[in-house]
Ligand binder design. Structure first.
Ligand SMILES: [Zn+2]
Ligand SMILES: [Zn+2]
Length: 121
């Protein structure tokens, strides 16, 4: 997401926040962008990948909206773990679907200078 009040015509790295942990984009913290400026950082993506892809989570009864693809998805989704911002962890917390986690992980890993790798067991 964009930092509120930033200049949309001249967006800096420090104006780009991860939708899940609200940390800013830095050289050390790569980001993958979804629709409408939504973003997930490498740290959150690694955590989401571990939860949704490595541990095959159960499919939820109620579909949830994914902030990256903006679709209502009937598949496991991830949100920031408890202990971070309460707005990011409640029922209304932003969620990412498993499909977007897989796609984003593939995208991020392809960019060699980020040095990001899919988590392994
Ligand atoms: Zn994050
Ligand atoms: Zn999605």
């Amino acid at each position: 997401m964009r930092k509120p009040g930033c200049n949309e015509d001249n967006v800096q790295m420090s104006d780009v926040l991860c939708d899940f942990c609200m940390q800013t984009w830095t050289e050390e913290r790569p980001m993958v962008e979804g629709h409408q400026g939504s973003c997930i950082c490498g740290d959150c993506l690694a955590a989401a990948y571990r939860t949704l892809v490595m541990v095959e989570s159960a499919v939820p009864e109620t579909p949830s909206k994914c902030v990256l693809c903006l679709e209502l998805r009937s598949e496991p989704s991830w949100h920031a773990p408890a202990g971070t911002d309460p707005l990011r962890t409640g029922d209304d917390a932003p969620r990412i679907c498993r499909r977007c986690v897989r796609q984003s992980a593939a995208v991020l890993q392809k960019v060699a200078e980020f040095g990001w790798r899919k988590p392994t067991a």
